[in-house]
Design a protein around this ligand. Structure first.
Ligand code: PEP
Length: 253
């Protein structure tokens, strides 16, 4: 059975103190009312070590939002997968469209990052998704397939079991525009079929595929009700406990 997951992506938000307060509040709220899905928070690097000490890792997983494509050494300003792991984090988000677009992360760079993350015992939440232009041209399936082939289909079947996919149409991220549940389901089912072609039906059935893009408490229920949508990667709505909890609770309905 594949996991249901609600993962937050704080992006470049929250000072250390604000982040600690947010994690403490979420930890308390979920201790009082246990989720029936896996919950992960993706935080900036500076928060990881402190937050790792605060949260109950049995209830909340901890993720970085990036890691370096090099193992160690003279790469000023970079943070390696081993460093991320040493904070107590269990996950890293890779391939986010903001990293692909603003920091020019290519398929090859992401391939290296994924390999280093897995080699250091991190699970990867790997983001894929098309732009508005690509959706309007009707080539969204080709795009997500190429992103998978370019950066994660080199993995062995055993390695691939540590990958969670996040389908995030770029036109829906932070825009308030959500893919309809039917639009999302259609491409999630396609992604699962591409994984099945590569790794076989069982691994495809066991792979969690999250939806991301303006997911909020009011639309999470409809999205999560679809058979191939296994949860969400949540940006804006992960910055307030009430909103994030509202999305987590969509799995209780
Ligand atoms: C994201 O960037 O991963 C995301 C899904 O953002 P938002 O929920 O704000 O659209």
């Amino acid at each position: 059975m594949r996991k249901k997951i609600v993962a937050g992506n704080w992006k470049m938000n929250k000072t250390l103190q604000e982040g600690i307060a947010l994690a403490e509040e979420l930890n308390q709220v979920l201790a009082a009312d246990k989720p029936n899905c896996d919950v992960v928070i993706g935080t900036p690097f500076i928060h990881l070590a402190k937050i790792s000490d605060i949260i109950d890792h049995k209830v909340i997983g901890l993720s970085a939002e990036n890691c370096a494509d090099k193992e160690s050494g003279a790469y000023t300003g970079e943070v390696s997968a081993a460093m991320v792991k040493s904070t107590g984090a269990e996950y890293v988000i890779l391939g986010h469209s903001e990293r692909r677009e603003y920091y020019h992360e290519t398929y090859e760079i992401l391939k290296e990052k994924v390999l280093l993350a897995l080699a250091n015992g991190l699970k990867v939440i790997f983001c894929i998704g098309e732009s508005l232009d690509e959706r309007e041209k009707g080539i969204q399936n080709q795009i997500v397939k190429a992103e998978l082939e370019g950066s994660v289909f080199n993995l062995s079947a055993d390695e691939f079991k540590n990958i969670t996919i996040a389908y995030e149409p770029i036109w829906a991220i932070g825009t308030g525009k959500t893919a309809t549940a039917d639009q999302a389901e259609e491409i999630h089912a396609y992604i699962r079929s591409v994984i099945a072609d590569k790794y076989g039906k069982q691994i495809a059935e066991d792979t969690s595929i999250l939806y991301g893009g303006s997911c909020k408490p009011s639309n999470a229920g409809e999205l999560f009700a679809k058979p191939d949508i296994d949860g969400g990667l949540i940006g804006g709505a992960s910055l307030k406990v009430a909103d994030f909890k509202g999305i987590i609770d969509a799995w209780k309905k």
